[in-house]
Design a protein. Structure first.
Length: 260
């Protein structure tokens, strides 16, 4: 919601995160906070599987290129992010369309009906179910490049703790910082994706069409900070969430290595 509003003159503008929560609750009810929940649920498991599986595969492939380990982690992360983006983008288009609908939860179409409407009006290509793919590629590619690159490089530099509890906290802390930094660096792509996939300012006219042109338009009309709209909710979600993901990945991977 923050990322699609076009400055203070936008009638849908929210003054703060708290104001956003209050306004959604007053206008759309409690279920308004859960709009577009089905696409993420359907996409989350394959998305995470693709992220970590392809990261391992790219990392193995890069082993033949004789790259420095630090660079190899970042490049493998970039590859995994680009692959992940191709999988999740159709789900993102449906999710953003549902979440930007300010009608009551009971008045909006289901995820399936919304997807059918998108395909009917725009098809499966870049005007329909794969709208904003370039911005999604940028968002996931940059995030995973920083996320994996920072985590594994810093983890290998900081000494390992013999105490398992302290070691857990060490990894969690590095993962938290990784998710936070990656969110800060990639959010301009996220804003561009939301503008392209969300409702256009004038119905029937496409103002936000391509990733970098959208960034330039937002910067020109609304200023530099507009490219960082929604940063706080993003960090609140992907900072600790990113840490948990990496910890689960590390411990499950170690367990599989020992038992399989």
């Amino acid at each position: 919601r923050f990322q699609i509003q076009r400055g203070k003159t936008d009638p849908a503008s929210y003054k703060s995160l708290g104001d956003c929560f209050r306004t959604i609750f007053q206008r759309e009810g409690l279920l308004g906070f859960y709009k577009g929940i089905l696409p993420p649920i359907l996409a989350e498991t394959p998305k995470r599987a693709v992220k970590f599986f392809t990261f391992e595969q790219y990392k193995k492939l890069l082993g033949y290129a004789s790259l420095p380990p630090g660079l190899a982690f970042a490049v493998a992360g970039l590859g995994s992010g680009l692959t992940e983006a191709v999988v999740v983008n159709p789900f993102e288009v449906v999710k953003v369309t549902l979440q930007t609908n300010q009608n009551a939860f009971t008045e909006q179409p289901s995820s399936y009906v919304q997807a059918q409407q998108i395909i009917k009006t725009g098809g499966l290509g870049f005007q329909g179910l794969n709208k904003g793919l370039t911005a999604t590629l940028g968002r996931h590619g940059v995030f995973n490049m920083v996320y994996f690159g920072f985590y594994f490089n810093v983890k290998n530099i900081l000494p390992v703790n013999k105490d398992p509890n302290l070691e857990f906290l060490r990894k969690f802390g590095i993962g938290l910082v990784s998710g936070t930094i990656a969110s800060i660096i990639n959010i301009p792509f996220d804003v561009a994706k939301s503008r392209i996939q969300g409702p256009q300012p004038v119905p029937g006219e496409i103002k936000y069409r391509t990733c970098f042109k959208t960034m330039a338009t937002v910067y020109k009309e609304e200023g530099f900070l507009a490219l960082y709209k929604g940063l706080l909710p993003k960090i609140m979600r992907l900072g600790p969430g990113g840490a948990v993901m990496l910890l689960v990945y590390e411990y499950v991977y170690a367990w599989l290595q020992d038992t399989v």
